[in-house]
Structures are given as structure tokens and as C-alpha cells.
Design a protein around this ligand. Structure first.
Ligand SMILES: Nc1ncnc2c1ncn2[C@@H]1O[C@H](COP(=O)(O)OP(=O)(O)O)[C@@H](O)[C@H]1O
Ligand SMILES: [Mg+2]
Length: 315
């Protein structure tokens, strides 16, 4: 099969940690042609009865320990079997437009995740679709409302920018902290921008569980434990990674949320669970599959590629 990976420049990624690299290596090992494309080089054209979505693609080769790119050419994406949209956040206007260009492939080519699903599901706000499983959370731009929320959840909360990832901008807010007002002002840009404020879950010190979900079902999970003295468990900011299992409650959570993910075309997703609560639904370029593969001692990316093969065939 022929696969196109729309993603960041390859040199920005770590060959042994990055999940997109894992997918590419697994796809190459199964004999598929893989091509790299940048989001900024997508085009969509139509008129007088014809239509096309194209990208500048570069063939990906596995050389020694890394991946190398061949010569670029513009390719009509309807001619490939699947397009992986794996650009890292932030989800900005450029990203949103890219999903609208890729909408043009709806009737011809499997795109994962579904561009419409990606556009609809902000990674922070989408978790609020599942009130049974989320901790108390408010999305607001009003500093007053946010401070009232902090008081209402016992004076301890976590504030997050809506478009962040990798722990960027995520801060603890305590009602009695002399910085509390400045932090909230900063994250709401003085009341002009929305931020997420969430009750503080003390079990975060035991770790933030990343559950990888494929087509609504659990692929596996890893536990990220914050470094000493740090709130954030993200690998990117020094969290350590441990093997883990799901509790009965967490399995029920994934089964419930998974049905909705399937409906929204969010095929490969990373759920973040703290203390059994759903805090974030990562849909743009969830990571963790390499670590999971090491713990399970088998290549979980291969499961994903096999699923894509089946799904692309019946598209
Ligand atoms: N409600 C919470 N209670 C305690 N810690 C939290 C909470 N929400 C997030 N954190 C901490 O902040 C980190 C990043 O938060 P998350 O919502 O996953 O945003 P990001 O998109 O940056 O990963 C988590 O890994 C966790 O350590
Ligand atoms: Mg997270």
C-alpha cells in the first residue's frame, strides 16, 4: 500500500521515541511505500467538474538508524491508500485549514484521524463531552469566574492553555498563592482568551496514565510519573515512564469514551487519566507507542498498521 504522513519536519523528531516514526518503521517493515508531506504544502483545487487534493511528498527510506527523505514531487492524494495526519499541536488556523483541504478526500481515501473529528475535538474541551469521567472543569476567559471556581473546588486547581501540549503552560493555582491572580491574568491574556481550569487531582503524584486507543479499543497504557518537585508528568518535561495496567473503572471509562471516538473518526487517540479521571483527550499526534512497545516486548505500531490496512481496503 501507499501511505502519506502529513507531519512536522522529520529532523524535529526523535527516531527512537516518536510515535509517527514507529508507524513509519512498522509500515516500511510490512512492505508499504511511505511518503512524508508538510502541512504547508497541501493544496486543494476544483472546478468545471474536476477536483483534487495534492501534497508535495518525499519518499521515506529507512537508512541505518534513521529515516531519510528522497526527492520531492507533487502527488494527488486520492491515489494513495491512507493519509496519516500527525502534525503536532498547536491546533492553529493553519491546522484547521489543512483539515478542510483534506476533507476533499472523504469519498476516496482513509485519513486518520478524520479531519472533521480533528477539527471538532479540541484536546482539552472535548473531555467535557464525558462529564461522568472528567474531574470538575471550567472553560472560561473570566479571571473572576476562574478564581471563584478555584475556591469552589477547595482552593487547589490546575490551569491550562487550550491549545497547549506536552505540559506547556500548565500550572498549579492555589487560592492562597500570591501569584494566583497573575497566573490567571497571564493564561487568559487579561480576560481576553479562554483557558481551562480543573480541580487538582492529588493522585497526580502517582502518575498520569496514557491509554492508547485504536478504533475505540485499548491498545495498552503507560504511566508517566512527574519528576520530583514538578506538577507535570509529560515525558517532554522530564516525566519518567513506567509500565502499568488499567483498573476496572478505567476499562469502563475507555469502553464508554471509545464508542464516541469511533463515531467521530478519532481512530488513534491518547487518553490521559489521573486518579481514574479523564483529564485530556489527545487526538492530533498522541505519543507513547514506542514506550508501550518496549514494555510489552512487541511492536504495537504493527497492530496499528495492520488495522489501517484492513480499514483502507474497505474505504
Ligand atoms: N487536574 C489535574 N490535577 C493534577 N495534575 C494535573 C491535572 N491536569 C493536568 N495535570 C498535570 O499536568 C500535566 C499536563 O496536563 P494535560 O492536561 O495532560 O496537558 P498537556 O496537553 O500539556 O499534556 C499532566 O501530565 C499532569 O501531570
Ligand atoms: Mg497530556
Amino acid at each position: 500500500m501507499r501511505f502519506v504522513f502529513v507531519m512536522d519536519p522529520l529532523e524535529r523528531l526523535s527516531p527512537d521515541k516518536d510515535t509517527s516514526f514507529g508507524f513509519i518503521l512498522a509500515a516500511l517493515a510490512r512492505g508499504h511505500d511511505c511518503m512524508h508531506a508538510l502541512i504547508g504544502e497541501l493544496e486543494r483545487e476544483a472546478g468545471r467538474g474536476s477536483a483534487a487534493v495534492t501534497a508535495v511528498v518525499r519518499p521515506i527510506e529507512h537508512r541505518e538508524d534513521t529515516l531519510a527523505l528522497g526527492a520531492p514531487r507533487r502527488l494527488e492524494l486520492a491515489t494513495v491508500d491512507a493519509v496519516f495526519l500527525r502534525k503536532d499541536p498547536p491546533f492553529d488556523a493553519r491546522y484547521a485549514y489543512a483539515t478542510q483541504l483534506l476533507d476533499g478526500l472523504r469519498s476516496t481515501t482513509l485519513v486518520l484521524n478524520d479531519p472533521r473529528g480533528l477539527r471538532d475535538a479540541n484536546e482539552k474541551i472535548y473531555a467535557l463531552e464525558f462529564p461522568r469521567w472528567t474531574p470538575r472543569t471550567l472553560i472560561s476567559s473570566s479571571p473572576e469566574r476562574i478564581h471563584a471556581f478555584v475556591a469552589s473546588v477547595g482552593g487547589r486547581a490546575v490551569i491550562k492553555p487550550l491549545s497547549g501540549a506536552g505540559g506547556f503552560g500548565v500550572m498549579a493555582v492555589r487560592g492562597d498563592d500570591t501569584n494566583a491572580r497573575a497566573i490567571v491574568e497571564y493564561l487568559t491574556n487579561e480576560g481576553r482568551e479562554l483557558a481551562e481550569i480543573q480541580e487538582f487531582i492529588p493522585e497526580v503524584s502517582e502518575g498520569d496514565k496514557r491509554v492508547l486507543v485504536l478504533d475505540g479499543a485499548v491498545l495498552g497504557a503507560i504511566l508517566r510519573v512527574p519528576a520530583k518537585g514538578e506538577l507535570r508528568a509529560n515525558i517532554h518535561v522530564g516525566g519518567s515512564v513506567l509500565p502499568t495496567e488499567l483498573t476496572a473503572r478505567e476499562r469502563e471509562l475507555v469502553a464508554d469514551v471509545g464508542q464516541r471516538l469511533q463515531k467521530d473518526g478519532l481512530y488513534f487517540v491518547g487518553l490521559d487519566l489521573i486518579g481514574g479521571y479523564l483529564t485530556e483527550v489527545n487526538v492530533t499526534s498522541p505519543t507513547g507507542i514506542r514506550e508501550l512497545s518496549r514494555f510489552l516486548d512487541r511492536d504495537v505500531s504493527d497492530d496499528v498498521i495492520q488495522w489501517v490496512e484492513r480499514k483502507a481496503q474497505c474505504h
